[in-house]
Design a protein around this ligand. Sequence first.
Ligand code: PEP
Ligand code: MG
Length: 591
Amino acid sequence: MSKIDHLKEIKISGVGASPGICIGKAYLVDREGVEVVEKYFIDEKKIEREKKRFRNAVRKARDELKAIIDNTPEEIRQHSNIFEIHVVLMKDKMLYGKTLDTIEKEHVNAEWALKTVVSNVRSIFRNMEDDYFKERASDIVHVTDRIMRNLVGAEMVSISDIDKRVILVAHDLSPTDTSQIQLERIKGFVTDRGGRASHTSIIARALEIPAILGLGNATDIIHNDEVIIVDGTTGVVIINPTEQSLIEYEERKNAYEEKKALIARTGRILAETTDGIRMQVMGNIELPEEVVSVIDYGGSGIGLYRTEFQYLSRPYFPSELELFEKYKDVVEIMSPKSVTIRTLDINGDKAVDYTAGSEEDNPALGLRAIRYCLRNPEIFKTQLRAILRATAFGNVRILFPLISNFEEIMEAKAILNGVAESLDKEGVPFKKDVEIGIMIEVPSAVIMADIMADAVDFFSIGTNDLIQYSLAIDRGNRQTAHLYQPFNPAIIRMIRHVSDVSKDKGIETYMCGEMAGDPIAIPILLGLGLSELSMNPQSIPVAKQMIRLLDSSEAKLFMKEVLKQTTAKEVMDLLQNTYGSLISDTIYSDQ
Ligand code: PEP
Ligand code: MG
């Protein structure tokens, strides 16, 4: 396809995946893979040879990946489980086994067999509700691309070989590609595909370079060596900028960087409102290694440790010892600050063989999280033993996800008590008075909060799922993204109800969904009396700064006005009119 010629400045927008601004020359990377795959039939006698050719291509692809893992710098290693997912996927029954079967049964060439199998597997993953599993669809594409290139003998472009100061422009970048980025050369990147929940964007944020994903046709519009401006905060790319835009964005970039450095330096300052109300601002982590950024950004603890990542990145269930060692590390490093360990929040994942059970038509409403654990008590007990053993090394809280009825709390607690008894008998040390909480992320839990409060020590509101289940909006569906509204009055009323009930019952309500890390939401959360917010570590300094600018009694009065509003837009307008000037003092301002 020939490129669109342009001499004038053009603006395109996508998903701002990692904030910040960079200005530089575009470097187009062809990551589209092997597009044209021919089909041909294989003679019965040559089937074994064809299967061997496929196995060799997979082996070569695995060796390449393993070499990448070995050469990955330490700071990126913390995310190397992503490459391990890729290594595991290569040998996954659905991909590997089915391709071999297809070659054998249909007498077709390996490339064709792989292509057909992959398109089926990909659609299974894409139809999964959970963003995490949806993202596995793109992991499958990256893995297949690598195997396919080995089958057809095509060369992979190596990002680590780029020796100029450039901005990468790619159709798609796998997490592996992204991890090869050398910070002294690559200023940022933009891609046609991908979304904010992808691992590629997680790594971009970990590297702290500007990135925009999901631009649709950036590789069609942008020419090699053309000057572009990438504003990862707003998701805007400016191609062939005018002199005026260059000056403007250079200024914005400097202002952003100054402000970021300034705010990061304030991370350690307490989050206390102007009238002396202290809020705890905590970090969410997926992997134990992320603890360092929670500490660096000034987090007062871990408000959500999403333990499922340790299960998803491997070919079999982790042992109690493996889990214990990881939990112990996190708990010891953070001690005496608290670490909220959420028990396994997994659904019917087919990417990892050992969790395979049944295919679900509607995984969002299926055997997920606590439901999965109660159905598989041995897996649950192994994790609970590891968590309880870790309690001896610091300050642990246990959090049960996706609670939708009272029995689930009772059953989960009964299993926990059983585990505690057996540890006691074995003479293994652990804390007896560990706090137990539940995620409030299903509307039935909101309605039953008064009853549930009697059975637990704290609530943690998971707005990501609460919004999805309350407003009936798939959190990963682009078509309905405009209806995914944290400021919908229904959501605000639910948070208020949970907070009020917990106060009556004398327990605390925390929040660990994405809403907690949005500085513009903080006046509402403070006004509703939430005492602890947990978020992506990088958001901590800004959230703390925002809290320091607020007055809690004003926020309470403001809430009265908020509750009179009838639409999300009205709430947002009210927020903007009342707190807009404070927001513009934070890093999110438009400079
Ligand atoms: C949530 O649902 O808000 C939450 C924090 O959990 P997760 O994003 O892991 O589903
Ligand atoms: Mg959730």
